[in-house]
Every structure is written in C-alpha cells, then in structure tokens.
Design a protein around this ligand. Structure first.
Ligand SMILES: *[C@@H]1O[C@H](CO)[C@@H](O)[C@H](O)[C@H]1NC(C)=O
Ligand SMILES: *[C@@H]1O[C@H](CO)[C@@H](O)[C@H](O)[C@H]1NC(C)=O
Ligand SMILES: *[C@@H]1O[C@H](CO)[C@@H](O)[C@H](O)[C@H]1NC(C)=O
Ligand SMILES: *[C@@H]1O[C@H](CO)[C@@H](O)[C@H](O)[C@H]1NC(C)=O
Ligand SMILES: *[C@@H]1O[C@H](CO)[C@@H](O)[C@H](O)[C@H]1NC(C)=O
Ligand SMILES: [Zn+2]
Length: 949
C-alpha cells in the first residue's frame, strides 16, 4: 500500500532544511541543524568543485553521503559456530544519485579480502564501469571507502561486490556467539545477531543508517546439525561439495539494516500457522522446548498478531515470525522483522509461572511490545535516530493493548500509571532531563537515546493523545500514517498530520495535534497543575508550572514554549464519572483557567488527571487534600479507582520533595493503606515512600520508626492473605505476593520466620518445590538477608545450576545479604563470565547498590572497575546508564556528592552513562536538601502517629 508520493522519500538536505525550520527559535537546535545542513551544502559544493578539481574527503562526515542509494543486497555469510569465524560476501546493488568517485559504506571489525574481482564494481546498465584503484577502512567513522578511477554516473545502477572475513564476536552486538550447557553437560554454541542501532556494520559492509532501506537476500552457510534462521523463510538449501550447508532465504521486503537478524543454532521449536497462513514459531534450547516452556509465548504471539492486524487494519506482510530466546543477550528483546530475539527469561515461561506477569515486563507484554514494532518501526521507520522515541513510545503504549487482549482477566490499563508513568515522571522532573525529541548529531549519540524518556514518556504522551482525540480517531490516523509511509521512513510531524486530518474528519475541527504535541516533545519536563477551589462558587482556578523536584534548581536549557504546555485537564468530583470525566484545555498562553466543577459541594472532593492519562501532576489546595485524605481513610475509598489512589500518593510525595506541599499531607495520605488491598496503589505508594527510605535509611531512629509504621500498614493485608497460595483472580494473586514481600521487607516477625523456614526446608531437602513460584523472590531474599554465609553459599550453588528465570531470582536475592564481606565477594565474582553471564554482571552491581549496606561498596566497586564496565557494556544501549543510576540512587550525603564530582573530574569520558551521571549529581543534591528540610518534620510525625495504632 505504498502508492502514495512520499514527501521526503529519502534523507536529504531538504529534510534537514525542514527540521531547521520547525525548530528555528531553539539556538542549539539551529546550530545543530546548520552544522548538518551546511556541511551538506559544503559537501555538494565540494563535489561540484571536485569535478576535474580537488575532491573533498567525504568519509570525514559522520553521516553517510547520499550519493549512492542501496536497492538490494545479496549477502552470504559462512559461519563456523565453534571456531568463531565468519567468511562473507556481499553484492550490493545501488543507484547513483550524485556522481562520485567514492563508494562509502559502513564496515567495522571486518577484514576486506581482495581477489576474484572484489572489491569491485559492475553494472548491467551498459555503461563503462569505473575501476577501484584503492580502498581503505576509515575507522573513525566505521567506513569502508572504495576509491574509483572515474566517477559513477548519476541514475545508473551498479553492483558493488565485497569479500570479507570477520569473527563471531565475543560481545553482544553485531554477529556474535552465545552458548549454553545442554543436559549432557556439553557446551553448545550458537551464532546470533543484535544490530540496533549500529551493529549491522559489524556483520557485513552495508549502508547502516535507518533511512537507507533496501531488500535483502541472505544466505547462511553452516555445518550439518545446525538450523539457520533469518528474517524471511527458507527459499532453498543445498549441501555444498565441502559438506557445508547453504540455506538461502527469500528476498526480504524493503527494510533498514538495523532490523536484520541471523541465527545459527541447534535449537528446536514449537509452531503454529494462523488461519490467515502466518507461521509463528518459538525457538529455544531443545530441552526447554520439550519441557513446554515455549508454549505460552506461542499462544500469546499468535493471538496478538491477529489482534494487531485488526487494530492497525494493515496486514502483516511477511509469511512467518520466529521468536527466539538467546542465552547471552544484552537487552530484553529486539524486534527484528520476522525473527524477534529475546532474553531467555523473558520469552520462556513455565506455565506454572504464568502469573508472574506483574514482574515487568513479562512474556505477554514483551511479545506484545515487539510485535507492535512490526508495524510501527519496521513497516514505517523513523527517518533518523532522533525519531526513536516515536518508535519505542508507540510500542510501549500499544503493548498494553496486546497484553490486555490476551490476558483479559488482567485489567492492564490500570497498571499503566504505575509501570509506565511513575518512574519517568521522576526522571523527567530533573533539570538534567531532555526533550523526548532529541537531535542526534553524531551516530554514537543514538545509543544514549534508549532511556525511560524515549520509552515511558513516549508511551505516556501517546496514550494521552489517544485519549484526547478518542480511540477511533487515533486508529484512523494511525492507519493512514502506516499506509502512506509503508516500507519507507517518516518523522513525527507526519503522524501529527494524519491524526489531525482524522480528527477534522471526525468533527474535531479546531484541534491541531502538532501544536499540542510539540509542547510535549520539543521541551523537556512536564507541568504540575495547581487546582485552587472556590468553595462558594463551585469553581476552581487552574494554573500550570514546570515541575522540578529540586525547587532551587535553575533550568538552563532554553525552550520555545517557555516550559508551558497544552494540557488536557481531566477531572471529576465525588459521585462523578471516572469513565467519561470532564475535560478542559489549559493553553500555554493562559495564566489561569477557570474550571467549572458542576455540582461539587464544599464537602465533596475534586480529583484531576483521571486514571493518570495525562502526563502531569496535580496539586490541590489544603482543604481539598483533606477531603481526599478523609475519603480514602473511609470504607468508601474504592470509589476512587486504584490508579488514581496510587497517583495521589505519588503526586503528594513528589510535591513534598519539591517543597510544594507539606510533607505531612503526603504522610497523612498513606494512613489509609491499612485498608488498601489492591497491588497497584500499594506498589505506587511503596515506590513513592521509598524516597523517604532512600534519604533516611541511614538515620537509625527515623528508619526504625518508619519500619514499624510500614509493618503496621501492611499487617492487616498480610494477615488476611497469609502464605496459602491464593488462586482466584489476578489481582488477588499479585496482591498476596505484594503483601508478603512488603511484610518481610520491613521485618514483620511472622513473615521473616515463615520465609526462613521455607528456605531452611529447601536446604534440608535440596528441593524447593514447596515454595510457590511467586513467593520465591521474597523467600530467598528474606532468608539471605537474615541468614549468613550458609544461606548465601547454598543460593550460589543453586544459582550455578539453575535455569534462566530461577537464576534471575537468585541473582537478585543474593544481593539481599547485609554482610559486606559476602557482598564484596559477590561483586568480584560477577566479573567472571564463567560464573555470571556477561549480560547479568550489571544486574549484580545494580542490586548491590540498591541497598543501604551495599551502596558504598557498589560505588567503590564501580570506580575501581570502571574500565571493565566501559569495555563490556558501553556499546550496549541501556546498561551503563542503568548501572550508574542504580548505584547512585541512594546518594544523600555531602560525601556522596564529593565522590561523584571527583569521579567526573577523573573520568571525563562517561560514554553512554553521561546523562545518567548528570542526573546522579542533580539527584544527590536534591536528596541532600530534602534531608535538611524534612528531618525534624518526619521525626516529629513518625513516632506520634505510629504509636496511635
Ligand atoms: C555476487 O556476485 C557474483 C558475480 O555475479 C556471484 O558469483 C556471487 O555468487 C554473488 N554473491 C552473492 C552473495 O550473491
Ligand atoms: C533442507 O530444507 C528442507 C525443508 O525445510 C529440510 O527438510 C531439509 O532437512 C533441509 N536439508 C538440509 C541439508 O538442511
Ligand atoms: C502552586 O502551588 C504551590 C504550592 O502552594 C506553589 O509553590 C506554586 O508556586 C504554585 N504554582 C502556581 C503556578 O501557582
Ligand atoms: C483515619 O480514620 C480513623 C478512623 O476510622 C481515624 O482514627 C484516623 O485519625 C484517620 N486518619 C487520618 C489520617 O485521618
Ligand atoms: C507460617 O508460620 C506460622 C506460625 O509459625 C505457621 O503456622 C504456618 O504454617 C507457617 N506457614 C508456612 C507456609 O510456613
Ligand atoms: Zn521497542
């Protein structure tokens, strides 16, 4: 369905020009645009001048020149899975768009081999073909440059052939090796790939930018006993004279390089063919498949694709989708078109463990996320990495729809406020945050863009958009966006345009989506809305302000919109509707908006941001806060839905941190938790209250009273659910897990005794089948926390032989120890890839850094082993940033701040952790201030209140 003329059919000076125009009053953006655009002009001028004269050095540009456009690749890779060698050949057919004497494409860590006419250029267009006179690798930009004796001719189609050798890499990017130990104790190797964002160039020479879409015919040559998989189905296979098997796959659809995938393994699969003929298969180690661990994923994957075909109303274009689990994997999963790769613990599921889905992200949710990308990202791709947020934000929103479809018992949207909003609202209230649309001037910056802002803010603002335009209009706009840009690339403005058109058609004549959404995407942060009621008139005055956790911070990044937003303010009053709440628009240029509260009496509360669909916080006048507190602290508290109950506590604590609300109001709100039985508000409350622990965890009198208070809040819930496994409905099951884990975390004596007894029985019998799956993490952590080296060593031995999801549980539980000797040894062992898988070492330091005893240890360990972490993890997307943020999260003393600043002085290059470090500095400063301002207040509030019950 790509019969439409594309406005920007290719990345070109025109696109840069366009983006310069849209952001023309942002000084840094204009500078950035001009660098690219002017360099572009310079390049063109250079070429013009170069005709017959001196040609510039186009390989010095960080972005590929647009002189040559790839059309099709024939790629053959012969991979020896055990010797870790790759021998390859690529023939890339391309059209010359601008005459040039150079063929420049990406290649890294590959040896180009000469001979048999390669590297070489040919053409079927009947022209004289220039000869390659020399070639070189320009490693600075990861380019392979082929120099020709004459210029290629504009409009002519050429084929460039390159033979090369490479290794099956040891890292987790490009074409790399992974392994597992099978039931017979043998190590089995497999070859696999991870390309996004810049890994394809490590596998074969290619034009490795998302706008250089082409078709691919892939041949994987391997030894007998292995199965090869690629994006497309197998076309044919031949056994060559030397005994190698060559599997040739069908020609792909037009796609970007970052979505390619190749796997050669001894895996087996389970599969099904849908009524529309689409084949879905789940691949894993043979023993996992025969144990049925792929069955759940197969069931949900098959259903979700069918659901999306209906939701998007655009058919899935490939004949098959494989989902494959990889033992060594740096991220959760990757949406390679037709061959989705996953971490084992996310794709594979014991059916008995199915109910663990509250443990984000869970199989159904991650499958739903990756499948959403098949349309959003794969069919229509962002023009450049600055558009990543649209891709990821979209999948992170739509995953809830797919997940909800296959798990109808679970009210998934009710979890959105917790999983998708709560964390990012915290990250995005620091001055070191960034706009979600972020210029990516150097390709290396593309790695840093995969953060909570991209995923969770992206998901939140798209959900907000879907809500204010209405679901039908949203889907209509999406469908035309997908059809118009199919097999091509697009920028966010094109989506806004399609949704605006759909809205106009549906009668929303004065809505301009771009005007609204630009305030959410082109400036960082978000607003807090102050709602001040006039109790006599039945109205409220609403004002907005950029919400910053640190009230003393100054924002240095400029904004076109002056940090004001178009806010769809939804609200209701006691007795009003939560399904169809009232809505008013707050405009950036309005000082105050008057909100008509209809029939709200002066004893009725008002609540805004219904179901937290809006990406903002709300503050009320003290009287309204009191009305809400009293209502929650009554048997009628469930009149306010769970996500809004959690949101009230989250907003109140964060407003307290920002000195916009007296902390005692936030604390008073938590009193109602003695009644709360729903895991969403409980989880949100715990996460919000966790800040108090972060800051006061080492102030022992406060912390002891705090623990006692928490035990008092959770005990009724805990006593009600007990340890007998509840198997009624999802919320009850998850609620029980939460009650037990909370009670044990705060040291409730009964809970600790029960957990320790269950663990003891495991040690005695060497069998843990008596511990329900969902209780394991609490049981393990509690027993290790209150135990000694006997418990820890036992857990370590079990870890070494466990399957992946059990390993993950143990890995986190072993960090619960409060013994610094044990924890140091644990950190040390995590560096040994023979003991802890390469992708899991960052989890160990993050877990250890997350506890009050572990925080200093983990920080020192990070400093001492900085080179180890940078060498191994800087090239993967989230890892360094997440290590840094977990290890520094609890920093709340002057000494911590000094340490951080010293570190930054000593290590000017922080790679992909750069932003995480500046957030850590901000965060530590804010923690210090919070402690200073609230220490005596919280001390006064705590004992007096908790003694009462
Ligand atoms: C590349 O082209 C050459 C010459 O036509 C051919 O012999 C070779 O098999 C091609 N390689 C691939 C991978 O298709
Ligand atoms: C070739 O493909 C067919 C069909 O998929 C398969 O049955 C056969 O085992 C393959 N042969 C080899 C040598 O891999
Ligand atoms: C909102 O209320 C808080 C607390 O009273 C105050 O600090 C803040 O300045 C107010 N903001 C606006 C825009 O009125
Ligand atoms: C909550 O309600 C109980 C009575 O049900 C009352 O004793 C207590 O003071 C109330 N707490 C708050 C914070 O209002
Ligand atoms: C928890 O402890 C109580 C009291 O010691 C005991 O009665 C109960 O059986 C224990 N439950 C489990 C699951 O161990
Ligand atoms: Zn994604």
């Amino acid at each position: 369905m790509s019969g439409f003329a594309k406005r920007y059919s290719f990345r070109s000076g025109k696109v840069h020009d366009e983006s310069c125009k849209s952001y023309n009053s942002r000084p840094f953006a204009i500078a950035a645009c001009c660098v690219l655009f002017c360099l572009g002009i310079g390049l063109i001028i250079g070429f013009e001048a170069g005709r017959g004269g001196v040609e510039s050095k186009p390989w010095q540009q960080v972005r590929l020149p647009e002189t040559l456009l790839p059309i099709h690749y024939d790629v053959e890779l012969q991979v020896d899975v055990t010797a870790f060698t790759v021998v390859g050949q690529v023939n890339v057919t391309l059209r010359c768009a601008t005459p040039t004497r150079y063929v420049i494409l990406h290649a890294a860590e590959l040896d180009v081999v000469s001979g048999d006419g390669t590297p070489g250029v040919t053409s079927n267009d009947g022209v004289t073909v220039p000869r390659i006179t020399s070639w070189f690798l320009y490693t600075e930009n990861q380019y392979l440059v082929l120099e020709l004796d004459k210029e290629l001719t504009k409009g002519v189609v050429y084929t460039v052939s390159i033979n090369f050798r490479g290794t099956l890499r040891d890292g987790l990017i490009g074409f790399y090796r992974s392994s597992y130990v099978n039931n017979d104790g043998q190590t089995r190797y497999l070859a696999t790939t991870h390309m996004q964002p810049m890994g394809a160039r490590l596998a074969f020479p290619c034009f490795d930018e998302p706008a250089f879409k082409a078709t691919f015919t892939v041949t994987l040559v391997h030894r007998d006993g292995y199965t090869a998989l690629a994006n497309m189905p197998l076309e044919n296979n031949v056994t060559r004279n030397d005994g190698w098997i060559a599997d040739r796959f069908q020609r792909s659809v037009r796609m970007p390089t970052y979505l390619l995938a190749f796997v050669v393994s001894d895996y087996t699969s389970v599969g099904t063919v849908s009524s529309s003929g689409l084949e879905t298969r789940i691949w894993a180690r043979p023993e996992y498949i025969s144990a049925g661990m792929g069955d759940y994923a197969l069931d949900v994957a098959d259903k979700i694709v069918a659901y999306y075909e209906e939701y998007f109303d655009v058919p899935f274009p490939l004949p098959k989708i494989d989902h494959i689990s990889i033992p060594d994997y740096s991220i959760g999963a990757m949406e390679n078109w037709g061959l989705i790769t996953y971490a084992e613990s996310l794709l594979l599921y014991d059916t008995s463990r199915k109910r663990m889905q509250e443990q984000y992200p869970g199989t159904a949710r991650i499958v739903a996320h990756e499948l959403a990308h098949m349309w959003f990202g794969n069919l229509v791709t962002m023009e450049w990495w600055d558009g990543t947020w649209l891709n990821e934000g979209f999948a992170s929103y739509v995953e809830y729809l797919g997940y909800g479809y296959v798990e109808p018992d679970v009210n998934v949207m009710e979890q959105f406020a917790y999983y998708r909003c709560q964390g990012v609202l915290e990250d995005d209230s620091l001055t070191s945050s960034r706009p979600i649309f972020q210029p990516v001037n150097h390709p290396d910056e593309s790695r840093e863009i995969f953060d909570s802002i991209t995923y969770s803010k992206g998901a939140s603002i798209l959900r907000m958009l879907g809500n204010f335009v209405g679901e039908n209009t949203f889907r209509k706009g999406l469908k035309s966006y997908l059809e118009r840009n199919a097999y091509s690339n697009a920028v966010q403005d094109e989506l806004w345009e399609e949704i605006t058109l759909a809205a106009r058609e549906d009668g929303q004549t004065d809505l301009d989506v771009k005007t609204v959404m630009d305030t959410w995407t082109l400036q960082m942060g978000y607003p807090v809305v102050n709602l001040t009621r006039d109790y006599g008139r039945g109205t409220a005055q609403a004002t907005q302000q950029h919400f910053l956790l640190d009230p003393t911070a100054t924002v240095s990044a400029p904004s076109d919109f002056g940090y004001r937003w178009h806010i769809p303010l939804t609200y209701t009053t006691r007795g009003g509707s939560f399904d169809e709440p009232d809505q008013v628009w707050m405009r950036p240029d309005q000082g105050t908006s008057t909100v008509n509260l209809g029939g709200a009496g002066s004893d009725d509360w008002v609540l805004a941001n219904i179901h937290r669909v809006g990406y903002y916080r709300v503050n009320y006048d003290p009287t309204n806060w009191r009305l809400l507190i009293d209502h929650l602290n009554s048997s009628l508290y469930e009149e306010i839905p769970p996500d809004n109950r959690g949101t009230l506590i989250d907003d109140a604590f964060n407003l307290g941190r920002a000195s916009q609300l007296d902390l005692s109001i936030a604390l008073d709100l938590t009193r109602y938790l003695v009644r709360e039985r729903h895991f969403v508000p409980w989880s949100m409350a715990k996460a919000a209250m966790n800040y108090v622990e972060t800051v006061f965890g080492s102030v022992s009198d406060i912390y002891n009273n705090w623990q006692a208070y928490m035990v008092q809040l959770i005990s009724p819930f805990y006593n009600e659910v007990g340890w007998t496994l509840q198997q009624s409905d999802y919320n009850t099951e998850v609620g029980q897990v939460l009650a037990i884990s909370t009670a044990c975390t705060y040291g409730q004596t009964g809970c600790v005794n029960n957990a320790t007894a269950l663990f003891q029985r495991w040690m005695d019998t060497n069998n843990n089948s008596h511990i329900p799956e969902t209780f394991k993490s609490t049981v393990y952590c509690t027993a290790i926390r209150y135990g000694g080296s006997r418990e820890w060593d036992f857990a370590w031995q079990r870890y070494l032989e466990a399957e992946p999801s059990e390993q993950n549980l143990l890995l986190s539980a072993m960090a619960c120890s409060r013994d610094t000797v044990i924890l140091s040894r644990y950190l040390e062992r995590s560096k040994d890839a023979a003991l802890v898988r390469r992708q899991s070492a960052p989890d160990v330091i993050s877990y250890v850094g997350g506890s009050d005893v572990g925080k200093t240890l983990a920080w020192n360990f990070l400093v001492d082993n900085w080179d180890f972490y940078m060498e191994n993890y800087d090239e993967t997307q989230f890892t360094m940033a997440s290590i840094v943020s977990s290890v520094t999260k609890q920093f709340s003393a002057q000494e911590d701040l000094d340490n951080l600043e010293q570190f930054l002085k000593d290590h000017p290059n922080q790679g992909t952790a750069t932003r995480a470090f500046s957030q850590a500095v901000d965060n530590t400063g804010a923690n210090l201030r919070f402690r200073r301002d609230n220490e005596s207040k919280i001390r006064a509030w705590l004992p007096g209140r908790s003694r009462g019950n």
